[in-house]
Ligand binder design. Structure first.
Ligand code: FES
Length: 177
C-alpha cells in the first residue's frame, strides 16, 4: 500500500513537472500567436488605409498639358482646347478626354487666358455661344462673359482661371485634379 502511494505521488510529481515545463511554452505560443495576428491585421489594414487616403493626397495636384500653338488660340472667339489626361482615383488610372476654353486676352502677358469649362454652380461644362457672345451653361442657365465673369443665372463664382504658359511655341495649361 505504501509502495502504491509512493508510485502515485511520483506520478503526480512527474505530471506537475511536465505541466510546469509546458506552461512557459504555452505562454510563448500565446505571445507568438498574438504577435502574428497583429502583423496580419497590420498587413491587411495598411493597404486599406492607404487606399482611403490616396485621393486625399492626390486632391489639389496639378499638371501642365500642351494644348496647341498660340496661333490656334489668338482668334476673335474663345477656342476649345481639347486634350487627354490620366484620371486617378484610388488605385485606378484611366485615360480621359478633357477640354478648357482659351481666350485671346491682350491684357494677359501671354496674350491668352485659359478658363476651366466647369460651371461654378454644380459642375456642368459650359459652351461658348457666339451669337450671345457668352459662355452658357446648359444645366441651369448660368451665363459668363468672355472674361469668365458671371452675368446671369445661379453660378456663385466666375469660371476658374487656369495657369497658362507658352514655351517653345507651345501653349500649355495647368489642369487641376
Ligand atoms: S451647373 Fe451651371 S448653372 Fe447650374
Amino acid at each position: 500500500m505504501t509502495s502504491n502511494m509512493t508510485d502515485e505521488v511520483k506520478s503526480m510529481v512527474e505530471q506537475i513537472d511536465e505541466l510546469s515545463e509546458n506552461l512557459p511554452r504555452r505562454g510563448f505560443l500565446k505571445i507568438a500567436i498574438g504577435l502574428l495576428n497583429g502583423v496580419l491585421a497590420l498587413a491587411l489594414a495598411v493597404p486599406g488605409v492607404a487606399y482611403l487616403l490616396t485621393p486625399v493626397f492626390q486632391k489639389g495636384s496639378s499638371t501642365w498639358i500642351k494644348v496647341g500653338r498660340p496661333a490656334d488660340f489668338i482668334k476673335t472667339e474663345p477656342q476649345k482646347a481639347t486634350f487627354k489626361y490620366i484620371s486617378e482615383s484610388g488605385y485606378s488610372r484611366k485615360e480621359k478626354n478633357g477640354f478648357v476654353w482659351v481666350v485671346a486676352d491682350p491684357d494677359s502677358p501671354d496674350g491668352l487666358t485659359a478658363f476651366s469649362a466647369v460651371c461654378s454652380h454644380t459642375g456642368c461644362n459650359v459652351a461658348w455661344r457666339a451669337a450671345a457672345a457668352l459662355f452658357v451653361c446648359p444645366c441651369h442657365g448660368g451665363r459668363y462673359s468672355k472674361k469668365g465673369e458671371v452675368v446671369a443665372g445661379p453660378p456663385p463664382r466666375p469660371l476658374t482661371k487656369l495657369g497658362l504658359k507658352i514655351e517653345n511655341g507651345q501653349v500649355s495649361v495647368r489642369i487641376q485634379s
